[in-house]
Design a protein around this ligand. Structure first.
Ligand code: 1HN
Length: 344
């Protein structure tokens, strides 16, 4: 053994390790995510969801969800290093019991309508394309008194909260929360570019709007497609906002909706925030490149895909499409580490 090897092996029992052996990996020249691009075709996933519907009730499962795991992070319930994604099914007559946790959740409705989620005693009825928020540490349960299966995308900051070792959770004594306010109260208070005169933010850094209806987002994108220049990278893309701050609707998760006009062939970009996409309407393709490798996903309605950090992506859509997406950008902004590069 040479001098260095002797040093390493002598100090190893003392839990000491030489930085110079790992420095290059600790501080890479550019982001070097272990995550890989991944694609979940809804026609592949849906049969498994329906089988899950036969295998277990929502109540027994607590949350009947198929977790979309990044293929390079199997076993970690993570779609990127910081984010979780899953598809949740609720069937008519079912209840997913009330609980709360410090992890924040978004719901993006993928299929069906008429189920509800209740947050702090106010229900929000789900329709495809709606973006619904469960703020950190709020009681929430889901139920379904209407017809047909309802499936939504759950996006949570689970890996982030796990990283900080800051997770708490509690089950409610009640299965479902009592209705405390009529549905739509929050939207009436905060959803019309107005706000109550004398009230503080009810959920701290999280938006006081529980449900951002698809109808409104879609209308905005349609009008902008007709009346404003289309971005060469993003098409027509808007971010959801917390109306009280103008900032992100959730402290840990940014959400976006974009429309690619028919014939769109986008330019490439890369960002340090890996993003999860849910295809709302229409079809198209995404090319994701890193180094020598390119992945191409041809997507249609209800498909999901992930563009990892610092992978170059290009979107195309011969017939036009609408995409919802989310990422950890608020955290990267807060830390001053978000980077974006747009290729010309
Ligand atoms: C959760 O509470 C929900 O409330 C969904 O619907 C997915 C994944 C991990 C931990 C808690 C929900 C979840 C979750």
């Amino acid at each position: 053994m040479n001098t260095r090897e002797q040093l390493y092996s002598d100090m190893d029992p003392h839990h000491l390790t030489p930085l110079w052996e790992v420095l290059h990996a600790l501080v890479p020249k550019e982001p070097n995510t272990p995550c890989v691009p991944a694609f979940w075709k809804y026609s592949d996933v849906r049969p498994f969801l329906m089988r899950a519907g036969e295998a277990i009730t929502a109540e027994e499962a607590v949350r009947r969800v198929l977790v979309m795991e990044n293929p390079a992070l199997r076993g970690q319930s993570a779609v990127t290093q910081s984010l979780y994604a899953g598809l949740q099914l609720i069937l008519p007559g079912e209840v997913a019991p009330s609980h709360r946790h410090t992890q924040s959740a978004l719901r993006f409705i993928v299929e069906g309508s008429g189920a509800y989620t209740a947050v702090d005693g106010e229900r929000a009825t789900m329709h495809a394309g709606d973006f619904i928020i469960t703020p950190s540490w709020t009681w929430h349960d889901h139920g379904h008194d209407a017809a047909g299966p309802v499936v939504w995308l759950d996006g949570l900051d689970i890996p982030m909260v796990r990283f900080f070792d800051a997770g708490f959770a509690e089950n409610d004594a009640r299965k479902s929360q009592a209705v405390a306010r009529p549905e739509g109260t929050s939207f009436a208070r905060y959803g019309h570019n107005m706000a109550p005169v004398r009230s503080a933010a009810p959920y701290g850094a999280t938006s006081p709007i529980f449900s951002y209806p698809y109808e409104r987002s879609r209308e905005a994108l349609d009008q902008l497609e007709r009346s404003a220049p289309v971005d060469e990278w993003d098409g027509v893309k808007l971010r959801y906002v917390n109306p009280l701050t103008g900032g992100w609707p959730m402290p840990t998760i940014a959400t976006f909706m974009q429309k690619l006009p028919a014939g769109f062939a986008g330019k490439g970009w890369r960002q340090t925030d890996g993003a999860v996409y849910s295809v709302v309407e229409g079809s198209g393709s995404v090319d994701i490149t890193r180094g020598e490798r390119t992945w191409r996903f041809e997507f249609g309605p209800r498909d999901h895909f992930v563009v990892p950090s610092w992978h170059t992506a290009r979107l195309s859509s011969p017939g036009g499409c609408v995409l919802f997406s989310y990422s950890d950008r608020p955290v990267q902004h807060a830390l001053g580490i978000h980077h974006e590069e747009r290729l010309s």
